[in-house]
Design a binder for this molecule. Structure first.
Ligand SMILES: Cc1cc2nc3c(=O)[nH]c(=O)nc-3n(C[C@H](O)[C@H](O)[C@H](O)COP(=O)(O)O)c2cc1C
Length: 205
């Protein structure tokens, strides 16, 4: 048993320490690789591991953009256009995803920097990433300004209005994790594969 636990009051700690506790403990985190476009039409691509699915009907996803002045391009673009695309990050495109996380100036397209291919979406302006096997076209539902303090963030909720799934990795709407090969984010600069899995049947009560 874990008998010797430290009790930590986040209010009396530097925010960096709480942040480290969060990202080291909330693991593995899925990565939403978010494409967006500026009001002027410049495409943008960046990874967000404060990302998850929220509910199934309608299908809703969320991600959180950390406080920055000026705000991160992704957040500014979603605020301006109300649209984004979530692309799932696989082992194959992991390093390209990492390249896009540099703090490039707003006029720079991370598609070009990473050598990823933008493909026109059906219903939204931001393009899908061709090299990602799953793309979700999203319309903004709500932005919750959770905190404007340093290391605070804004939570973006978006409704998925179109899925694009590689036929080779899905059957009957079930996605084959072995073929998807998604990666997850751990603390610091660490990542995890999703190759090792186990099954548990839920109690039938
Ligand atoms: C794997 C990974 C996950 C990240 N997750 C987040 C996140 O959840 N929230 C955030 O604000 N930044 C996150 N970042 C940093 C952003 O990707 C980075 O600030 C990026 O430059 C933002 O780009 P933008 O200004 O084009 O939106 C992450 C970076 C990496 C590599």
């Amino acid at each position: 048993m874990h008998t010797e636990k430290l009790a930590i009051d986040p209010a009396s700690q530097p925010p960096q320490d709480s942040y480290k506790l969060l990202i080291g403990s909330v693991v593995p985190r899925p990565i939403g690789f978010i494409s967006s476009v500026s009001a002027g039409g410049v495409p943008n691509l960046a990874p967000f591991s404060f990302f998850n699915a929220v509910c199934g009907n309608p299908p809703v996803v969320c991600f959180a953009s950390g406080v920055r002045q000026p705000p991160k391009d992704t957040l500014a673009n979603v605020r301006a256009t109300g649209e984004f695309v979530v692309n799932i990050v696989t082992e194959e495109i992991a390093e390209k995803m990492n390249l896009t996380s540099g703090e490039y100036p707003a006029g720079v397209s991370e598609f070009a920097i990473a050598g990823l291919t933008p493909v026109a979406s059906d219903l939204v302006q931001p393009p899908c990433v061709l090299e990602s096997p799953v793309n979700m076209e999203c319309k903004l539902l709500q932005i919750i300004e959770v905190s404007t303090r340093p290391l605070g963030g804004s939570l973006v909720l978006g409704e998925v209005v179109r899925f694009h799934i590689d036929r080779a990795i899905t059957q009957n709407f079930r996605v084959d994790a072995e073929k998807l090969r998604a990666i997850g984010r751990m603390g610091g600069n660490e990542y995890t594969h999703t190759r090792s899995r186990f099954e548990m049947i839920r109690p039938g009560v």
